[in-house]
Ligand binder design. Sequence first.
Ligand code: NOJ
Length: 456
Amino acid sequence: MKQFLWGSATASYQCEGAWREDDKLESMWDHYLHEFQLENGDVASDFYHRFDEDLKMAKEGGQNSFRFSLSWPRIIKNPQGEVNEKGIAFYRSVLKACHHYGLVPNVTIYHWDLPQYLEAQGGWQNEETCQAFLDYAKVCFDYFHDLVDIWVTFNEPRWFIFNGYFIGNYPPGCHDVDMTIKGAFHVMYASALAVKVFKEGKYPGKIGIVHSYTPVNGIDETVETRIAMRYADNYCNNWVLDTAALGEIPIDMLGKLSSEGHDLSYMTPDKIAVIKHHTVDFIGLNYYARALVKPYTTGETTLIVNNKGKEGKGTSKTIVKGWFEQVSDPNTKKTEWDTEIYPQGLYEGILNAWHKYHLPIYITENGIGVSEDVTVEQVQDPYRIEFMKEHIEAILKAKEEGADVRGYYAWSAFDLYSWKNGCEKRYGLVAIDFEDQLKRKPKASYYWYKDFISKH
Ligand code: NOJ
């Protein structure tokens, strides 16, 4: 049996910096954050120049795997699809360093940094972006197949699609249900196209998708609540996982959308057939929290994400008109960003996903975001240790009960840029002082994780 993977995770835009070095193009995030003069990832953790030090630290922390993503605008030079050899050389160096340090690379092809020239042509609203993604994915397979065994098509389709097209707090900053549905469909179609080309090309290794997994609980056992739970599960999980793993877009969800008057005519039989026949080999689950739901009562669809931390505590809200409402459990702890701390949800969620899909599972992200003073000698983060311990125990319990879980990745390997929450929402096992030359210092949790891994 293969070794269990113990790792930590990052994403290109959040850690690389070097935003226009070596002919990298502008991504939609570069464009959007510069346009609105918001905190950005121009420098981020400067992984572009310090990856060797970071990977060495992961190895010295007892880890045997590293999850990261490739930046599309670093690899493809122009709309004609010309390959940027400097971008290729960078990622080959990263991959070789992973192997040198005994870290199995777990590589995501798309973690939200779409080239801006594609966004300018409609981004995920435009079917041509799916074809462009296919071409880009093929370049990745061709240039890196000798160094990668674990591939991921997309990171968290739900999160970037809902935030970008409905909530509007991510680029392209829209508020439109039909754009949300269309963007979601195109991403799932593009993912299946990449699986298709991967299988047809007989590349070595396995390919999966990473989902922002939100197991659903109901407030009671009534039939109304159970119906609301099904709507919530379709909304939170099934449209990604059923589509990628079973090749089926939940039919009751399509029925509901259609009865609400949404035009779904672009979901043509040829595209549905691609989705049906090209399912993933494994699923990656990012787990932060579950959703506790009740039946919909009243009001318009409202999605509010607290990107303000302490100041915005308690403002998060999810109401999907005619579907369900999310409620906050008064008995559980929440972070300053309103994320509930609920390890039990991970245990139940893994078992559900295992029974439903029967595919290998990786927990591709799990962690806690907090503000921390990193000027000290060593950050003491007992809350992170407790969080990780409880969640890893939940995973091991689900594994003992038969779920085929193959790895765990702490989010994040080191402090990085947390999108609209900026650099001050810290998740890292290693502290980075963004004010003082990006110095790296392992936190107490880094050593705890090392010790935990050595005992398991
Ligand atoms: C999910 C995303 O994949 C990652 O980019 C993000 O920073 C973390 N979760 C934390 O919110």
